[in-house]
Design a protein around this ligand. Sequence first.
Ligand SMILES: O=C([O-])CC(=O)C(=O)O
Ligand SMILES: [Mg+2]
Length: 209
Amino acid sequence: MFRIEPRVQGVTPELLEMYEAVSPSTIGHFTDFGFIHGLQPLFRPIQLLGNAVTVRIPHLDSTAIRHALELARPGDVLVVDMSGDDDRACWGEFRTYAAMAKQIAGVVVSGSVTDVRAITKLGFPVYSRGISAKTTRAMELEGEVNTTVSVAGVSVQPGDLVVGDDDGLFVVNPRDAGEIGLKAIEKQRREEVKRREYGFVNDTGPAGI
Ligand SMILES: O=C([O-])CC(=O)C(=O)O
Ligand SMILES: [Mg+2]
C-alpha cells in the first residue's frame, strides 16, 4: 500500500537565510536532539540546507522515491528511511539527475547509495550510512511519502529543517529552529572574536559573523 501525503513547507525563507550562516557543529554545542548519528557525506566539502520531504521504503522497493521526486519542489531535501536496510542502495546517478532537474537541495539516506563517482562529480549533496553496489528495485509494493520517518533513531517530520556540512547533519523542527539558530549565530560571533584574538580568520565555513 502506498501513502502519499501532501508536501509540507515548514521552513520559511527567514529560517533559510538564518541557517545559511549556521554550522551544524555549533548546533551540537546546544543540543543532541536531531543529530543524525552515523550518516556521512559522500564527499567534502559539502553543504546541505532545506525543507524535508520524507520517504519511507521497504528494504527492496524504492517506488516511493519516484513519487517523492514528483512532488518535491526546489530547495527540498529528500530524507529516505530504508526501514533498517543499510546494505542496499536506493539512490544513484540517475536519481541524482532527476533531483537536479527539479533543483532539489540534496538527499539523506538511512541506508546506502551507489554511483559514488558520478554523484561526486555532479557535486550533488548526499549523506548516507554506506555505499553499496546492490540496489533497490522499483516493484510497486509499498511506501510512504511525507509521513513521519526515522533516520538513525531521529524522528523526521515532513517540513523539518535539514542542515548539514562536512561535520554531519542536524534535523531541526521549524518551531525550535529560530531560537536555536539565533543562539548558534551568537556563539559563532563570539568564536570569531576569539579566533581573531588568536590571529586567525574563518575563511572556510559559513560566515556567522
Ligand atoms: O536506480 C537506483 O535505485 C539507483 C541508481 O542506480 C541510480 O539512480 O542511478
Ligand atoms: Mg545507477
